[in-house]
Design a protein around this ligand. Structure first.
Ligand SMILES: [Zn+2]
Length: 201
């Protein structure tokens, strides 16, 4: 028998219950310049991560609590301040470990190199180093549910801003990840998670 967990809405008609799903994936408006962050977790394992909680650590902590998740990592897609300014408070509130690219100025406790996989319960979050918008930029791909968190690599409706074409395209070409990157982007079907709700550079 399926029961209605306490964290699910209670406004359903009598006798109608939602079957809880294993995946927790929430896009959260974190504030700032219309930034998005993400709560990702495994409901059955009761563990999850924050991705770029930035301006709203308290909101992320509240949602994690309501979803019954213990947060194991606070992830940054890249080192720009509007993605990292919530790190200290997020780590303090959750006691989770900060994870980001090894070149990140935040000096993450868990450095995420290209190709590395972070396990979150039964979820597998693969890291792709994708310099261009920022030298330490990573994209995060969960293969089981085909979720791609692009950070500022992609905005809604356009490619993320790059400082100069020559410099950043060179970095992109040297990253040795284009083949891997395209192998997950080309098969359409993934759910993309950009870091902004608008199309500004
Ligand atoms: Zn940025």
């Amino acid at each position: 028998m399926i029961t209605s967990p306490a964290h699910l809405p209670t406004c359903l008609p009598a006798g109608v219950f939602l079957e809880p799903v294993q995946l927790v994936f929430e896009q959260i408006r974190s504030g700032g310049d219309r930034n998005f962050g993400y709560l990702l977790g495994d409901r059955e394992a009761r563990v999850g991560v924050f991705i770029d909680p930035s301006f709203s650590p308290g909101t992320f902590v509240t949602r994690a609590r309501e979803q019954g998740l213990t947060i194991t990592h606070v992830l940054n897609t890249h080192g720009h301040a509007d993605h990292t300014n919530g790190n200290t408070q997020s780590v303090m509130l959750t006691r989770a470990r900060l994870a980001a690219h090894p070149e990140a100025a935040s000096k993450p406790a868990v450095p995420l190199t290209d190709g590395q996989v972070l396990t979150i319960g039964d979820l597998r979050l693969q890291c792709f180093h994708v310099p261009g918008h920022c030298p330490d930029h990573i994209a995060l791909f969960e293969s089981r549910f085909e979720l791609l968190m692009t950070g500022d690599l992609l905005f809604v409706g356009k490619v993320g801003g790059t400082p100069t074409y020559e410099k950043e395209f060179g970095a992109w070409c040297r990253s040795h990840t284009v083949g891997n990157w395209m192998s997950i982007v080309v098969p359409i079907g993934f759910l993309s998670g950009p870091a902004y709700s608008h199309a500004a550079a």
